[in-house]
Design a protein around this ligand. Structure first.
Ligand code: NAD
Length: 378
């Protein structure tokens, strides 16, 4: 277990909202509404322009009780930094500080930060429990990805999603399937239904069938044994042979669809390949696959992260950061999740409590330990 020396923090601690540096990242980790709440228990610094690309001005943050500072000041003065993404170069961060950001599933990030003396509280490590639901950034951002995937897919399609009856004739509704019916897949199903498509869903978890059907979509049953129930509501990985069987069985269904939204994931593993070249060749030219699993390798063997690949007239798009396209609401939800976490970790007097025995904090600290100088809860 890595040990990170955190300087004794005097209450109230100083929280700092960082301006994102990653290319294409338009979200901000805390919005002015959250700052207003958080500022009742801590002091809040906001890096100049941090919320600009998400539609939140420096003036809004000042009104909410924050102080605007430059990049160097935030890194030297804040005890607890808040960011959407971890910095590419941990050496810009102050030793003995803590960082709340994404990157919690990448041990190399947490290790690089620990080597710099920064405690990383990776948001993906928050347990998917009822108690931690308000802090669940994976769910809030996956919902936006699911919605945005249909909007982006509709834009790439050469056909319309809804049925149209016009004087010039009838346009038939497009058929869509969501492969993977977790948080993102279910939101994609709901969105495609609202846009008038004929919607199907598939997942290897039995529980997903009822959820797909309750949204008015048809659950697809491939003619093979596919059930792969894992722990904590997640799916389990399948063997190579099972995956191949599933691909062949799904191909017949996929061939009927104009829009495929895939979001099948196994936490901590490469995404399962559900669509190979042979399946794509069975699809009608003009069809579109939006692969939300692109960041973890893709559900299609042809997916390339953040690119649109064309194969046999089928477009395969593998976006890795759709929530950033809808940065205002994505930040609103992300910020509300981070604020709930801050309210869990910081008491009314502005003291930071990092209690490893607490199930949420313990999960965040996984693999790391704060040194005895760290002010733990009594
Ligand atoms: P995820 O992003 O890990 O995976 C997305 C979906 O892909 C999952 O539904 C999974 O079953 C599916 N999948 C994996 N392998 C597949 C394959 N070979 N073929 C087809 N589908 C495959 O999961 P997620 O969306 O983050 O969450 C999944 C589930 O976790 C939710 O539906 C819910 O039941 C549970 N959850 C619970 C809470 C809570 O209690 N607070 C919060 C969030 C999620």
């Amino acid at each position: 277990m890595n040990s990170v020396a955190i300087a004794e923090m005097t209450a109230p601690i100083m929280v700092g909202v960082v301006r994102e540096a990653a290319p294409g990242e338009r979200r901000v980790a805390l919005t002015p509404t959250d700052v207003k709440r958080v500022a009742t228990r801590t002091r809040v610094l906001v890096e100049q322009g941090a919320g600009e690309s998400a539609g939140y001005s420096d003036a809004h943050y000042v009104e909410a009780g924050a102080r605007i500072v430059d990049a160097a000041q935030i890194r030297t003065q804040a005890d607890l930094l808040l960011a959407v993404r971890p910095p590419a170069q941990p050496q810009v961060l102050r030793r003995s500080s803590a960082l709340i950001s994404l990157g919690g599933r990448d041990a190399a990030i947490t290790e690089a930060l620990a080597a710099r003396g920064v405690l990383h509280l990776g948001l993906e490590r928050i347990p998917r429990t009822t108690r931690a639901q308000s802090m669940d950034v994976l769910s809030s951002q996956a919902s936006i990805s699911g919605y945005a995937s249909v909007i982006e897919g509709a834009r790439l399609l050469d056909v319309l999603l809804p049925m149209l009856t016009t004087a010039a004739g009838i346009v038939r509704p497009a058929k869509m399937i969501a492969l993977g019916a977790g948080v993102a897949g279910l939101q994609a199903i709901a969105t495609a239904r609202r846009l008038g498509a004929v919607v199907h869903g598939f997942d290897v978890r039995e529980a997903a069938r009822e959820q797909v059907e309750s949204l008015g979509a048809r659950f697809v049953f491939p003619e093979v044994e596919v059930s792969a129930e894992g722990n904590g509501g997640y799916a389990a990985a399948q063997s190579d042979a099972q995956q191949e069987q599933l691909r062949r069985a799904l191909a017949a269904h996929v061939a009927q669809m104009q829009l495929v939204i895939s979001s099948a994931q196994i936490p901590g593993k490469r995404a399962p390949i559900l669509i190979d070249k042979q399946t794509v060749h069975g699809m009608a030219p003009g069809s579109v696959i939006v692969d939300l699993a692109a960041e973890s390798g893709g559900n299609s063997s042809l997916t390339r992260a953040d690119e649109i690949v064309e194969e046999n007239g089928v477009r395969i798009y593998g976006p890795t950061n759709l929530p950033s396209l809808m940065a205002t609401d994505a930040s609103r939800l992300f910020g509300a999740n981070v604020r709930a976490l801050l309210e869990h970790l910081i008491d009314a007097d502005g003291r930071l409590h990092l209690d490893p025995a607490d199930d949420i904090t313990g999960a965040l600290l996984a693999g790391q330990a704060a040194t005895p100088t760290f002010p733990l809860a009594a």
